[in-house]
Design a protein. Structure first.
Length: 379
């Protein structure tokens, strides 16, 4: 049975199921938003609960709005007090304050829930937080909390250190969700974020512990380092263990889309022993090796997937990164890119910057689509 950690007056499983990358099935070969495979997804939820996972995280825009309905359906056969359900308010999708009520009601309807255990202001950075303050989003959540529709109020974060300090100081928060892994410990200043929240007494929930799968599929050089220190343990277990070794972390969200991934993570976090300094340093050595490669820090979250021109941004970035990480040759990447339908290629970018504004990693997607990627595949 998976380990649990105290949170408020309850116990949360150290591993939580994130529903941004659920198993899918496509009717069409290149369907942009494929249907969630309910049968396979239900297997994941059932196995999670059987093994002590009690935290499930969704969001309004995951799987183009299909994630909330799925997790509501998958959990309805279990007693409501046996699991914790988290959802989020996407302030950028609200054109006026009244839209917050519409979104929230829609989320309750989609999930079939009477309340959310944890509810977050989603993807806060400077501009999103300013809009939250303008619309009175925090007061809106406090109102819902008083009505019994929300138990705990938090936020997920994708901004600068100054942004985080301002957000932490502005209100009382029950928890916060940040992107943290051994690669982003320095690259995305996750260490400073964790320390700010810990010093403020705010429990931390972690997202992207395996960096969208990047830290599960490492180079031979890095894998050799890992195997020498812990024979037989997966690369993913190193990333999960790094995150779990931080004492103020209450739950680690993983977008597991197969039983194999879930079993490995559960094994990692059952009777868990935190990393000592030597194992932590091996993680940092792995990060140093990765940083020698000129890669785009895309996690494949697909917040950019509603591109008005239909460009397959994360897919294109993955081709580029695979070359830089010596996983495929440049010619192989060019062949893959050539197979994309013309409407999905970078050359269709109209510089609207919708993708750039939604990217949690702050990637200058417009520049890559209009300059870097076309040049790379033309060489």
């Amino acid at each position: 049975m998976i380990d649990k950690r105290p949170f408020k007056d309850t116990q949360l499983s150290l591993l939580g199921l994130g529903t941004m990358r659920l198993p899918c099935k496509s009717i069409l070969k290149r369907e942009v938003n494929p249907m969630i495979d309910y049968k396979e997804g239900q297997k994941l939820v059932d196995y999670a609960i059987e093994n002590g996972i009690n935290y499930f995280d969704t969001a309004y825009m995951y799987h183009a709005g299909k994630s909330e309905k799925f997790i509501g359906e998958a959990l309805k056969k279990y007693p409501r007090d046996s699991y914790y359900l988290a959802d989020k308010l996407p302030i950028w999708m609200c054109l006026k304050p009244a839209d917050m009520e519409k979104v929230f009601k829609n989320q309750l309807d989609r999930t079939g829930a009477d309340y959310f255990d944890n509810y977050l202001l989603h993807s806060l950075n400077e501009s999103n937080f300013e809009k939250c303050e303008k619309y009175g989003a925090y007061d809106f959540l406090k109102k819902k909390q008083a009505e019994g529709k929300i138990k705990n109020i938090g936020f997920s974060f994708h901004g600068t250190i100054d942004d985080l300090k301002k957000i932490v100081a502005a209100h009382h928060w029950d928890f916060a969700q940040i992107q943290l892994n051994y690669l982003d410990w320095k690259d995305q200043k996750a260490k400073e974020q964790y320390e700010i929240l810990t010093e403020a007494g705010i429990p931390v929930i972690i997202m992207e512990p395996v960096r969208g799968g990047k830290l599960a599929d490492v180079s031979e050089e890095i894998n050799a380092m890992f195997q020498k220190a812990r024979p037989g343990k997966s690369a993913a277990s190193w990333a999960i263990s790094f995150a779990a070794s931080l004492p103020n972390v209450v739950t680690i969200l993983s977008g597991m889309n197969s039983l194999e991934q879930m079993k490995d993570n559960i094994e990692t976090l059952t009777d868990f022993e935190p990393f000592d300094k030597s194992k932590t340093n091996i993680c940092f050595n792995a990060a140093a090796v990765m940083n020698k490669k000129e890669v785009i820090p895309c996690t494949g979250c697909d917040y950019c997937a509603d591109c008005p021109k239909g460009i397959k941004i994360s897919t294109i970035f993955s081709y580029y990164n695979k070359v830089k990480q010596d996983e495929i040759t440049a010619d192989e990447a060019k062949a893959l890119y050539a197979e994309l339908p013309a409407i999905e290629k970078a050359e269709n970018c109209i510089k609207c910057e919708k993708c750039k504004n939604h990217c949690p990693q702050s990637i200058d997607i417009t520049s890559w689509m209009t300059d870097g990627i076309p040049k790379f595949f033309a060489e």
